[in-house]
Design a protein. Structure first.
Length: 219
């Protein structure tokens, strides 16, 4: 039986706390094939949203992957339809900059180097109403000068963020158990999302000289 600290919270999932957020009662269980990544082995976590305390700085592993794969609003968990997909924290760059800096191995080859891309990281786009409420309620989002609402492009690509099993399960005492994966076996942790805009930046090579060419704030 769970203790009082892991009981049902008065905070409501999808209203007070983002749907994608992990809760203290949702312990990591190990690794297993996951449908969010077409059956690849991924880090698996308990599903007890709303129990314990919200871990605002941590996304739930499966819900994060599901949000990126299905373009589910990270706040309410419902699909964000085309025309109502918005970002608050994405960064603009170009496909060429990503490739030159060695992080563009997942950029589709048909995307030109000068094409501007919106790197959403591990955050999926959400409904305008949900993103507006998030910005109003979250102290970090409401005070960060680089945060701005921007529509998410209609074209995007997804990449896997993999870690060695030994890193993903570190401290859980699971690696010595029977049937545990080898410590160096790659397992999926999260998915990352990047939108492809209609904009082009023909001076993209100049970005490589800037201090943070992959982290241009939305403007």
């Amino acid at each position: 039986m769970s203790g009082p600290a892991q009981g049902l919270s008065k905070l409501k999932v999808g209203i007070d706390v983002p749907w994608v957020t992990s809760w203290s009662a949702e312990a990591v269980q190990g690794v297993a094939p996951c449908p969010t990544v077409d059956g690849r082995v991924a880090i698996w976590q308990q599903e007890r949203a709303g129990f314990g305390k919200p871990q605002y700085s941590m996304n739930h592993y499966r819900r994060q992957r599901a949000s990126i794969r299905g373009l589910l609003c990270p706040m309410c968990g419902h699909p964000a339809p085309e025309g109502d997909r918005w970002m608050l924290t994405g960064k603009l760059s170009t496909a060429g900059v990503s490739r030159r800096l060695g992080v563009g191995h997942t950029v589709p080859p048909d995307i030109a180097d000068e094409r501007v891309v919106l790197n959403a990281g591990s955050v999926s786009p959400g409904h305008l109403a949900c993103m507006t409420r998030s910005q109003e309620q979250c102290p970090h989002l409401s005070h960060d000068p680089e945060v701005a609402l921007r529509p998410f492009p209609s074209v995007w690509y997804v990449s896997l963020l993999q870690v060695p099993a030994g890193v993903g399960l570190k401290g859980l005492g699971m690696l010595a158990a029977a049937g545990a994966p080898p410590p160096d076996m790659p397992v999926v942790a999260f998915l990352q999302l990047c939108g492809v805009t209609e904009e082009v930046d023909r001076k993209w090579r100049l970005r490589l000289r800037q201090p943070n060419p992959l982290g241009l704030p939305i403007s």
